[in-house]
Ligand binder design. Sequence first.
Ligand code: SF4
Length: 344
Amino acid sequence: MSEAGSGATLLEVRDLSVRFRTRDGVVQAVSNLSYTLRRGETLGIVGESGSGKSVSNLATMGLLNRSYTDITGEILFEGTDVLKLRQEQMRRIRGKDIAMIFQDPFASLHPMYRVGKQLAEAVLAHEDVSRDAAWNRAVELLEAVGIPNARARARDYPHQFSGGMRQRVMIAMALVHNPDVLIADEPTTALDVTVQAQILELIDRVKREFDCGVILITHDLGVVAETASHVLVMYAGRPMEYGPAQEIFTGAQHPYTWGLLESMPTVEKRLEILVPIEGSPPSLLHPPSGCPFHPRCKYRFEPCDGERPPLFRLPDGHLDACYLPPERKRELWTKRIGAELGVT
Ligand code: SF4
């Protein structure tokens, strides 16, 4: 754990690009991505499949195979560039200082071992403690994530838990070493809606109790609406919009973010029906010229298929990559998008 106080910078991603060399050519999975995560914050990274949101975090965890992956930029964890660490050094950070919760808890737990044993083994992997102490720590963690009757349930196998309870076990697993950064990759996708809300509440609670920073990766803006302090919207491997969640939900600037908001079922809106984003994301082998969203954007105009738009900084500090003039965006938001969503 760092000595840094609440709000200190934990993770700083600077100009990260990830390319996969494949037989069919180079896949530009992530381009020029930058963001910061501070202790006590939740950063929601939102985008469709193939937007680069998971790949960028696998890079942070050191889980990309460097023999066919080119990574440039920096990923600074408490000031150290993890991209420059050797495998052995990275292994010490992974799971200990930076931990990850995956989408499918059943696939991540061994079906043949009791959950308490799996948690205790995770404790023993990084700490020099007795087996009894590791078992007690496993029980404590199960209690911390809200598993009732934790001491008895520690002796159960994964199949004896419901989907939501298994995800709680996975969260306990991620918390074994009091991580500074918790990365949750689509943690609620496999769960039904009521359980989703409980798991999101739990992640928010453990962030406060364990005093860490959370990266919440999702395709659904609704998932980050309640808990994220900042939101990063990605499309085709690129950042489209990035800023405080409050600014994004009450004054989004990018047409792709508008599309995500309009297709979100959980926001109180005046629309009778949800509006899907027409078309599908582009191939990352042959990305479109100019703005990657231009083939699907209903507001595209003359410059959009030429040069790639840079990230423009707004007076409130939030960033967006769109050529529409600020007054046009304001007009569209006030009269149309925000009005339809009931948030102007
Ligand atoms: Fe649409 Fe053009 Fe803005 Fe891209 S740059 S989101 S195509 S208006």
